[in-house]
Design a protein around this ligand. Structure first.
Ligand SMILES: Cc1cc2nc3c(=O)[nH]c(=O)nc-3n(C[C@H](O)[C@H](O)[C@H](O)COP(=O)(O)OP(=O)(O)OC[C@H]3O[C@@H](n4cnc5c(N)ncnc54)[C@H](O)[C@@H]3O)c2cc1C
Ligand SMILES: NC(=O)c1ccc[n+]([C@@H]2O[C@H](COP(=O)([O-])OP(=O)(O)OC[C@H]3O[C@@H](n4cnc5c(N)ncnc54)[C@H](OP(=O)(O)O)[C@@H]3O)[C@@H](O)[C@H]2O)c1
Length: 460
């Protein structure tokens, strides 16, 4: 038999997940110089992961990586098997029988928990749910949020929290020509939200916003950003942090927050309040959330290692809607080791390892399921390239397969009645979404149900 990775004996790789890390891994494999066949397996009929279902609709420029991903999808020897969930429609063992290697790029599909009383009261939601709902993710199509409430609390001060603040603070006119899902636009049209409170457990120097996203919150047409100047008095360790050259983002954030604090509220219909050094300790209410109990914190520790410690001082903040935006978490797939504490598949140099640290031959990971839920779209490129480098270094020792990838897997899926979505199928759905958006001046009107997307494939 010819060497693996040569045209008579190509390397068959399954990439699980079609977000940024999946496409960057596929690109690195297909441009490696070896003979490689990539099958990308995606549980939804629509590809692109969080670029489609996470990136905020009012930030269309940040969705432009999709242009690159659609070009990768058209490379020779790339196939998409959309509408196929690993762990539901096909097992990891079955994939291992058909592919020399499996690269998991399945992201972080759920949210972290605060672990406080009342967390699951009606009116308390995760950012994951709200983001996926306004972006038209089919799993969240039928969720509802009580936007008749005037006061909203958002826990967490990262860029996802910033996205939520904008979507809640903007007028419908500002969102109407974006790709926001129609059901969300209709619900937001009736929004009574007047006050948004965004809560950080640490201080202004530790907020995780990037500068551009924070600055934008002070430039909203419909909403005043409000910061209490007393909250910007930094402790010595925080001063040391923002004086460190490499920490320029935090220094700039503090400067932006000082500008917000110096600005007088101009009477816009909505107000966004920044709170620092406060942790929710309980959500309370009779049938639904009516207020959040906040403990005042102090910072403890050396610069860059400061943690929030609760003091005995507490306050009650009345509110009718709470969003917990404290980070995402991966979910396990049977047959793959999982680290529940970090919410990731444990790896060494991109190779998946079991609890004892032993390598699982042929299994790799990249992106959020490998690193955890941090980093912007571009961060995933270097990560996927490094995992693929490891995989290619392993080629000579990869386990043999029973039958080459696509044929065996397609037969198995078809026997199970799974309607797979190919690149050509997706292009058809994509074109219909774009056409549906045109009358309203939207870049697209997404289909928000799996059945609707599959129905498109039976038309014409
Ligand atoms: C709300 C939000 C907004 C963001 N906005 C920006 C932004 O504006 N700019 C920016 O640079 N970064 C942004 N990011 C970060 C960026 O989206 C991530 O860095 C990136 O998407 C992570 O890529 P990934 O491929 O690891 O995961 P994902 O993008 O989550 O892709 C994972 C894919 O795997 C699929 N999948 C999961 N399980 C299975 C399974 N069992 N079988 C088959 N398929 C499966 C999922 O359906 C999904 O398509 C944002 C993140 C969030 C959460
Ligand atoms: N426009 C963009 O570029 C964009 C948009 C959205 C997302 N993203 C990226 O996507 C990634 C994920 O964003 P994210 O906002 O989900 O995560 P994040 O940046 O990690 O922010 C999470 C926030 O939650 C807080 N938090 C965590 N656990 C908490 C707890 N138990 N109690 C109270 N607060 C808690 C964190 O505070 P501590 O610091 O104290 O832990 C932090 O303020 C980031 O890398 C982000 O930059 C980028």
């Amino acid at each position: 038999m010819e060497a693996l990775g040569t045209p008579p004996n190509p390397l068959h790789v399954a990439v699980v997940g079609s977000g940024p890390s999946g496409f960057y891994a596929a690109e690195a494999l297909l441009k490696s110089g070896l003979a490689v066949r990539v099958d990308m397996i995606e549980r939804l009929p629509a590809p692109y992961g969080l670029v489609r279902y996470g990136v905020a609709p009012d930030h269309p420029k940040l969705k432009e990586p999709i242009l690159l991903y659609s070009a990768i999808a058209r490379l020779p020897h790339f196939s998409l098997l959309g509408n196929v969930a690993v762990g539901r429609d096909v097992s990891v063992e079955e994939l291992r029988a058909h592919y020399h290697a499996v690269v998991f790029t399945c992201g972080a599909q759920t949210d972290r928990q605060l672990g406080i009383p009342g967390e699951n009261l009606s009116g308390s939601h995760t950012a994951t749910e709200f983001v996926a709902w306004y972006n038209g993710h089919p799993d969240y199509r039928d969720h509802s949020f009580d936007l008749s409430q005037e006061v909203v609390v958002i826990v967490g001060q990262g860029n996802v929290a910033a996205d939520l603040c904008r979507i809640l603070a903007k007028s419908v006119d500002e969102l109407t020509t974006t790709d926001i899902a129609r059901h969300a636009l209709d619900a937001l049209a009736g929004s009574k939200v007047r006050e948004i409170h965004v809560i950080g457990r640490r201080g202004p120097a530790q907020a995780k916003f990037t500068n551009k996203e924070l600055k934008e919150l002070g430039e909203l047409a419909n909403c005043d950003a409000i910061v209490d100047p007393r909250d910007l008095e930094l402790d010595a360790a925080s001063r040391a942090e923002i004086e460190a050259k490499a920490n320029f983002v935090a220094a700039k954030n503090v400067e932006i927050l000082r500008q917000f604090a110096a600005q007088a509220a101009s009477g816009k219909p909505r107000r966004l309040f920044f709170h620092f050094l406060k942790s929710p300790t309980a959500l309370a209410g009779t049938d639904r959330v009516e207020h959040v109990v906040l403990a005042r914190n102090r910072l403890d520790g050396e610069p860059f290692k400061q943690v929030a410690r609760e003091t005995a001082e507490t306050e009650m903040l009345r509110c009718g809607l709470v969003f917990r935006s404290i980070g995402y978490s991966g979910v396990p797939i049977p047959g793959v080791p999982f680290d529940p504490r970090r919410g990731v598949f444990p790896t060494q140099d991109g190779r998946i390892v079991d609890g004892a640290g032993a390598v699982m031959p042929g299994l790799y990971a990249a992106g959020w399921i490998k690193r955890g839920p941090t980093g912007i779209i571009g961060t995933n490129r270097a990560d996927s390239v490094s995992t693929v480098k490891t995989l290619l270094a392993d080629v000579v020792q990869l386990p043999p397969i029973k039958e080459p990838g696509p044929d065996g897997l397609r037969r198995l899926l078809s026997a199970r009645g799974v309607r797979t979505v190919s690149v050509e199928d997706w292009m058809k759905i994509d074109a219909l979404e774009v056409a549906r958006g045109q009358p309203a001046g939207k870049p697209r009107e997404k289909f928000t149900r799996v059945a609707e997307m599959l129905q498109c494939l039976n038309v014409g």
